[in-house]
Design a protein around this ligand. Structure first.
Ligand code: LLP
Length: 426
């Protein structure tokens, strides 16, 4: 292994003299000190991903609201809050996290199809920027809640542009059969209704068509559909102050080639300009593309188990830590932190959980022995935030690396932590 070769798509994760590093920190050392499974994030990688959006929007009126469902750990939120980001939230719990991390509530937008009255109250009290409303029924409840508090809630309607994002069906959200948003055909009618409700102030429009999108066309098509609607809604007498184009930009997991954020936005802004909307206040809600390739999950090889049809490499991380392969058949690259010389064998990399669905990688060529530490790449998004305690496994610890600095941003959850809210009936 030559000195300092970065992994494709991971400029801040490098092999240096045969050892894997995140920025200037050796991963074998972190695994030894903090144990495994262990999530490690690069602050520079997050800021670099954010930088691509900031470059794309240079000179424009644009707010970047990090979709924190991708990774809602306080230490990660603080990085984005300090970089000036707002947040796209989907629960009262996420709002509490934004506030705990020092985020500005005025830069928060609240998405999701099922906001409760209590969450609406909490968000109005905190003074969030905007509710992204997804149905007429929700509009009416929000109106009631705001009126009862003597407030006016700023709202944007999430419209469903009926565009195919060409991604996994579970993470495609902008098609007619999805539960999200209001139908394109009904949008003008619902805007007129919203504008008449005394507890609401209509401020924007939003759409989000899906996640892990690797092509530009679905974005360009969705933008056309949304701009058509803005024209119609404004012609009907309701001004639209901001346009929110959601998140969804994909990352490189396995040779995927999504556009860079600045290249994507160069195209989208050209369309906005051509259609005369270039000076509008813009918003976006990126999640995965800001954190996905900033994180790795370190895991120790427990056993090698040769089989008649398959060889298994059993590691100490499992589907409770890394749920994406089990849920979406997702690919995460897996690489040793201290590679051995030689080719090794082909393994299915699996966790200790009692389910055949508990796999992390299939048919991987690895030269490993028990005790070796593997890095599961692209683990910054939708891993820790979707983790669980299944099989009474405590959640992993998390580290934020900043240059040569190591910050423990989440301690390992103990087994006691996992049952401390439970009571024996007798
Ligand atoms: N805005 C809204 C309204 C969303 O529903 C989402 C993601 C985002 C923004 C951020 O999308 P992103 O930029 O991260 O693609 N657990 C799945 C992904 C679910 C995405 C849900 N919504 C996965 O692991 O692939």
């Amino acid at each position: 292994m030559t000195a300092a070769s970065s992994l494709p798509g991971h400029p801040f994760i490098t092999y240096q003299s045969g050892e894997l590093y995140v920025e200037q920190v050796r991963l074998s050392e972190l695994a030894r000190t903090h144990g495994t499974p262990l999530f490690v994030y690069s602050k520079a990688a997050m800021l670099s991903a954010l930088g691509a959006y900031q470059r794309g929007f240079a000179g424009r009126k644009a707010h970047i609201c990090y979709a924190m469902k991708a990774n809602s750990t306080l230490g990660v939120l603080q990085v984005f809050a300090q970089a000036g980001c707002g947040f796209d939230i989907v629960s009262g719990g996420e709002l509490a996290r934004v506030l705990a991390a020092g985020g500005d509530p005025a830069k928060v937008i609240f998405s999701g199809v099922g906001k409760t009255r209590a969450e609406m109250q909490q968000a109005l009290q905190a003074g969030i920027g905007c509710f992204n409303v997804e149905s007429t029924a929700e509009l009416e409840v929000l109106n009631e809640v705001a009126e009862s508090m003597g407030e006016k809630a700023c709202v944007s309607l999430r419209v469903n542009p009926n565009v195919d994002p060409k991604t996994h069906p579970y993470i495609s959200t902008g098609l007619k059969g999805n539960k999200f948003g209001v139908a394109h055909e009904q949008a003008v009618h619902i805007y007129l209704h919203a504008a008449r409700l005394p507890g609401l102030k209509v401020v924007g429009i939003d759409c989000h068509i899906g996640s892990q999108i690797t092509e530009m066309t679905p974005y360009l098509d969705a933008m056309d559909r949304v701009l058509d609607l803005v024209t119609q809604i404004e012609a009907a007498g309701v001004p639209i102050h901001h346009i929110d184009f959601g998140g969804g930009l994909g990352i490189n997991y396995n040779g995927d080639t999504p556009p860079e954020a600045d290249a994507l936005w160069a195209q989208l802004l050209a369309k906005l300009d051509a259609r005369g909307f270039g000076d509008r206040q813009l918003m976006i809600e990126p999640g995965r593309s800001l954190v996905g390739n900033a994180g790795v999950c370190l895991s120790e090889v427990l056993y090698l188990k040769p089989g008649e049809q398959k060889n298994f490499c059993i590691i100490d991380a499992a589907m409770n830590d890394l749920p994406r392969p089990a849920m979406y058949q997702a690919y995460h690259h897996i690489t040793p932190v201290q590679p051995r010389i030689g080719t090794g064998d082909v393994f299915d990399v699996v966790g200790p959980i009692c389910e055949s669905g508990d796999w992390i990688g299939r048919d991987r060529s690895l030269n490993v022995q028990p005790g070796d530490v593997l890095a599961v790449l692209s683990a910054g998004a939708y891993c820790m935030s979707m983790s669980s305690n299944y099989n009474t496994r405590g959640r992993a610890a998390e580290i934020l690396v900043d240059g040569d600095q190591v910050h423990l941003i989440r301690e390992r959850e103990s087994v006691f932590d996992t049952f401390q809210l439970e009571h024996l009936p007798v």
